[in-house]
Design a protein around this ligand. Structure first.
Ligand code: SF4
Length: 421
């Protein structure tokens, strides 16, 4: 009977947790010690993909979906007529350990609605992490939600046991937050973010001097923005993300396409498609900002505040800046090579390393596995150079999109022929 009740809670609280996407793993190196349980090494744990593309499993649940707030975009808001449940601290600990021992999961992602008040909720989240670490010697990955409004003391304790902490900003602008969650404001979110940023930096410094100093949220902090519930442009969204990266040392910003869940005239109607492609384009743009040296204003601007949904943002930038091309990959800087559509971060590094030994040709690039059919329009090899010079940005875009379409058609026909149809 008790088991059934816990399973029922698990069904309710794992379903409610699925809207929070801020849980891709961080890079935490918590080694197994004292014959403990688990080992969060390398890129850590996540329910979907780590930052290096590894797929790992994570127990992703809410402690409770009771909430004193009524944020219109949230399935757990107090006015929503849904089944409610709350785990006890011990239930979450037992579930985590039980699933871990059965090899179902490699870590825990624990968020929560806010029952009673932020400290009351945060204290329980901390207690779970503390029990796992201290009583069960659990060294697997733990990601805890930092509840806005919780005391600094509790946040500090949370950081001692969790690998990652996240405070979700949810709405990209204060205006939207006021519209959909009038009881909240952005400063409630910024305050814990600031606190965590300083604590993380302080502990890192301390560990440089003394490697025995305690870890504090070694996988850093992350946040999530809901996309498509309100009217913000990609310029505003990426501007906010950039602020988090620059000012809060955020490890990751997650973009969660809004899923219409109930009727509310402030929100898109039920049945409005979830903006998946936009979400993908935002992740691509985010990647360009973090790893490719792009500024937000090079990707979106006041003249074009939204990302092109047809093409990825790097190609979009290249087409708007044809004067920077063609690029001679045998002499160009690494930074410029990284900006060539079809050439990724690692391939650019390979090119720079390989050209020390020989003059690279188109064939060499193809062997390296770059997306040559895309890159060729931007490279200074004889024939593609001619191609690039002869084409306008619109023509290049059309060629690339046509090639992409026929590639998918061919792949699809090949799959059909495999099945003998
Ligand atoms: S405070 Fe969090 S859980 Fe509660 S309604 Fe708002 S978003 Fe949902």
């Amino acid at each position: 009977m008790v088991h059934e009740r816990v399973m029922e809670k698990l069904a309710i609280l794992s379903d409610a947790a699925k809207y929070d996407v801020s849980c891709s793993s961080g890079q935490s190196n918590r080694k197994n010690k004292d014959k403990g349980l688990g080992n969060s090494s390398g890129s850590g744990i996540c329910h979907s993909y780590t930052e290096d593309g590894r797929c790992v499993a994570l127990l992703k649940i809410l402690l409770t979906n009771h909430c004193i707030f009524d944020c219109a975009y949230c399935v757990s808001r107090k006015s929503n007529d849904v089944k409610r449940a709350a785990f006890t601290v011990q239930e979450v600990v037992d579930l985590t350990i039980g699933f871990y021992r059965r090899n179902y999961i490699e870590g825990l992602f624990l968020s929560s609605g806010i029952f009673d008040n932020p400290d009351f909720t945060m204290e329980r989240l901390v207690r779970i992490a503390k029990k796992l670490r201290l009583e069960h010697n659990f060294n697997g990955y733990i990601h805890l939600k930092a509840i806005p409004g919780a005391s600094d003391e509790l946040l500090k304790e949370a950081g001692m046991y969790a690998d990652r902490l996240s405070v979700n900003v949810e709405m990209p602008t204060e205006q939207s937050l006021k519209l959909l969650a009038p009881e909240k404001n952005h400063s409630d979110v910024m305050k814990p973010m600031h606190y965590l940023k300083n604590e993380i930096a302080g502990h890192k410094e301390e560990r440089k001097l003394n490697f025995k100093a305690p870890l504090f949220a070694p996988a850093g902090q992350s946040t999530q923005m809901v996309i498509g519930a309100t009217k913000e442009s990609d310029l505003e969204i990426l501007g906010m993300a950039d602020y988090f990266y620059q000012q809060m040392n955020m490890r990751r910003v997650y973009y969660s396409g809004y899923v219409p869940i109930s009727y509310d005239n402030r929100l898109p109607a039920i049945g409005t498609p979830v903006p998946i492609i936009r979400e993908n384009r935002l992740y691509q743009a985010d990647w360009l900002i973090r790893y490719y040296g792009f500024n937000v204003n090079e990707i979106v601007g006041f003249d074009q505040p939204n990302l092109d949904l047809d093409i990825d943002p790097k190609l979009g930038w290249a087409l708007r800046n044809l004067n920077q091309f063609p690029v001679d990959i045998n002499t160009a800087d690494l930074e410029l090579i990284k900006r060539i559509p079809g050439i990724g971060f690692l391939s650019a590094k390979k090119i720079v390393a390989a050209r020390k030994f020989k003059k690279l040709t188109a064939t060499d690039l193809q062997k390296m596995g770059i997306a040559y059919s895309r890159a060729k329009y931007f490279l200074a090899f004889a024939s593609p150079f001619q191609l690039q010079k002869d084409f306008t940005a619109i023509q290049i875009k059309d060629h690339i999109l046509d090639a992409q379409k026929s590639k998918y058609q061919n792949d699809f026909s090949n799959q059909l022929s495999l099945f003998g149809t």
